[in-house]
Design a protein around this ligand. Structure first.
Ligand code: FES
Ligand SMILES: [Fe+2]
Length: 394
């Protein structure tokens, strides 16, 4: 019998990514551990848990966690798995409570995961239940209202966010945001394809053909930051009624509500539209009056969920709040102008993986000697995969 030689790791070069990283179960398992547990992972927004006792279910990769606000105001993230038999402790997506009680045999935990109560504990010989401990607690840090967690030995969050930090602070106005609502939908593709899509300036005026036709996707930059983060940003063009009427008269478009391309608020510092990808799973966007944070939650190697929080700013008038929410739904919602296109494109990429001759993904557009460049390049996509390769050791 001949020995089976170990399979080579997927090869990732500056311009080509082995597409097995979108379908290989072993790679996927390693990602869940190396990227989503051992590294900093985005879990939610502080604005989701403003008061002591507030909690929200979340995920670090596929690992279920509970993000909550402790009595002292600090944010805690613990594994959502009971130390008795492993049942999910929080079953509801959000709520407020002073302790967490597992429904099965009612072991009770504090927000920090500490085991506080065990029914019939006297019947455990030698207090064996104590060895089971509480809910595994992650290290937590926050920046600009974004909550990040890790189970690994990593540098402070601010160092990890690197040059992405000032952009996050600008878009999220230091965290002074309010939640307008949620969308959650499934993407039939590997989690990286959605991250990559959001950092892919190349498709923006082509797949989303309305943006080029309306002239709203203009000059801008493709910024690559340390640690796989990036941003695409472009000058915001606020369309006038006159321009829109002209387009509508040409019958090139039918849009009932084109006000979403007319900004009624002040953009964050810099005054441009900005789409940021924060490695590995957070997308932070400001376009016209729309502000949102998207959490990519992997659900198997070929499937992910996109949990989006639509945001407004504290102090917004009722009118602005309503505009932001409506614009968000029209543009980013599952049936919105941009949302729908991207989901179809990601699904189309995943559909050919492993069954066609296209075994690498190609990303060579732009100046390969430059780290960042203008919008007409795949700099940020290369930045993401460059960091991915390093972290995964490929
Ligand atoms: S599984 Fe949670 S108390 Fe038994
Ligand atoms: Fe897109």
């Amino acid at each position: 019998m001949t020995a089976v030689s170990p399979r080579p790791s997927p090869s990732i070069t500056q311009t080509k990514v082995d597409r097995r990283v979108f379908s290989d179960e072993e790679v996927y398992k390693q990602e869940m551990k190396i990227l989503f547990q051992d590294g900093w992972t985005f879990v939610g927004l502080e604005a989701e848990i403003p008061n002591p006792g507030d909690f929200r279910r979340s995920w670090m990769g596929e690992l279920p966690v509970i993000m909550s606000r402790a009595r002292d105001g600090s944010v805690k993230v613990v594994e959502n798995a009971c130390s008795h038999r492993g049942a999910l402790v929080a079953l509801e997506s959000k709520g407020n409570c002073s302790t967490f009680t597992c429904i099965y045999h009612q072991w009770v935990y504090g927000a920090d995961g500490k085991l506080l109560g065990v029914p019939l504990r006297k019947n455990y010989t030698d207090g064996q239940h104590k060895d089971r401990g509480g809910l595994r607690a992650a290290r937590v840090e926050t920046f600009a209202g974004l909550v990040w967690a890790t189970f690994g030995e990593v540098e402070p969050l601010i160092g990890y966010l690197a040059e992405a930090a000032p952009h996050l602070d600008a878009v999220l106005r230091g965290g002074e945001v309010e939640i307008l609502g949620y969308h959650r939908y499934e993407v039939q593709g590997n989690w990286k394809l959605f991250f990559e899509n959001t950092q892919d300036a190349y498709h923006a005026s082509l797949l989303h053909n309305f943006s080029q036709a309306l002239g709203i996707y203009t000059v801008g930059d493709n910024l690559v930051f340390e640690n796989g983060h990036g941003a695409i940003k472009w000058d915001m063009v606020s369309l006038t009624d006159e321009i829109m009427e002209r387009h509508l008269a040409d019958k090139a478009f039918k849009m009932k509500d084109y006000k979403l391309f007319q900004s009624a608020t002040q953009p964050g510092p810099g005054g441009f539209n900005r789409v940021m990808g924060v490695f590995p799973n957070a997308l932070v966007l400001e376009e016209w009056d729309m502000l949102n944070v998207r959490h990519i939650v992997p659900k198997g190697v070929d499937r992910a969920e996109l949990h989006t929080v639509a945001l407004g700013l504290k102090g917004d008038s009722a009118e602005i709040r309503a505009k932001r929410a409506r614009d968000y739904g029209n543009f980013f919602g599952p049936a919105g102008f941009a949302g729908r296109d991207d989901v179809v494109a990601v699904k189309a990429v995943q559909a050919t993986e492993g069954v066609t001759s296209i075994d690498t993904s190609f990303m060579a557009l732009g100046d390969l000697d430059a780290k960042s460049g203008d919008l007409e390049g795949e700099y940020t996509v290369r930045g993401f995969y460059g960091n991915y390769r390093e972290r995964m050791g490929f």
